[in-house]
Design a protein around this ligand. Sequence first.
Ligand SMILES: *Cc1c(COP(=O)(O)O)cnc(C)c1O
Length: 389
Amino acid sequence: MERTLSAGEIQFSYAKKYFEEFTSSRPKVAKVLKEVKTPSLVMDLSGIKARYVQIRYHLPEVNVYYAVKANDHPGVLKTLAEVGSGFEVASSKELEKVLSLGVPPEKIISSNPVKPEEFVDFAYRSGVDRFAVDSFAEVEKIAKIAPRSRVYVRITVPNEGSDWPLSRKFGVDPETALDILEFAKEKGLIPAGVTFHVGSQCNNLRNWFIAIREASYLWERARSRGMRLMFLNMGGGIPVRYTTEVLRIEDIAYYVKGLLRKYFPTPPYELQIEPGRGVVGDQGVLVTTVIGKAKRGDENWLYVDTGVFNGLAEAIGGIRYPVFVEREGELKEWVIGGVSCDSLDVIARRVYLPEPEVGDRLYILSAGAYTTVYASEFNGFPKPEVICL
Ligand SMILES: *Cc1c(COP(=O)(O)O)cnc(C)c1O
């Protein structure tokens, strides 16, 4: 009789298959993963390039502005600059990094709806003139510091089924959005577009549906008030696989293209997306070393040389990374603790692995986005080194 697999077996075999696929197609990466000092984040630049090309292939009419905050390592940015990507930045430091690669300011936008004055000033002086807004105060700020710039308004859209929702912090309803665009015009700015974010790691096509429909409603209302908008920015949200399969870029693209045909029969002058996670998330492996083991009550604990303060902050918010160890044997359930003394520093619970020994490498897969950018040196432990191959 065929035996059904346990949840633990399913989990570990998924991580194992993922690791084997990732390394078998990347012999150089595979070698480095086994030799590099830990903790290190190993990024595959040719994989990032391939992701960019894939997105462009499926959405040929859409310009990509990579969201720098997902991973701002110079190697990553340079790779994307070389293939012609645009960039979305939120701070002077991010902007400096992108400009230093020779990226022209026309390929840079800033979509954070609330920006420090110092940054708006630097961006404006650098030639960047496209800024997101979602409040009257922000319009006033931009009108004062960056006169005659183009502004695009952020509307709220559902973030249901997104593992990292963003809609509670930013965005306004379409009526308020219209008033904000009109106010921008009065202030001498150019009301230029609409933006939304469906939530990061978005696995729900319906979010794109509502978002594009709302955007088209706003677009028409703006036209009837004499404002001809130029660009539709569809934000980020493209998911990558962690412990389960997710929507593929071709599925999202197919659906979004259909929505655009329906809701924007006259295409906007420019269509934009600004993916972060979807470009780099599954192109990085965080290599850690097991530094300790303990049994606490019923729980088996493993301790590794990184943690939620040194790169795995999203673990606190619910991102579950696939974890792999090169061992065979009976699976055990583990809690993986981070390196620091803080009790918040727990990377994952209910992880099934064959028993590792102290000194073994633990591979944390899909760690390319929102890891090292979040890292601090809390408790004196180093941030993972980023190795670009
Ligand atoms: C973070 C962010 C993105 C990127 O989101 P992903 O989910 O990583 O694709 C895009 N746009 C804005 C405004 C953001 O804040």
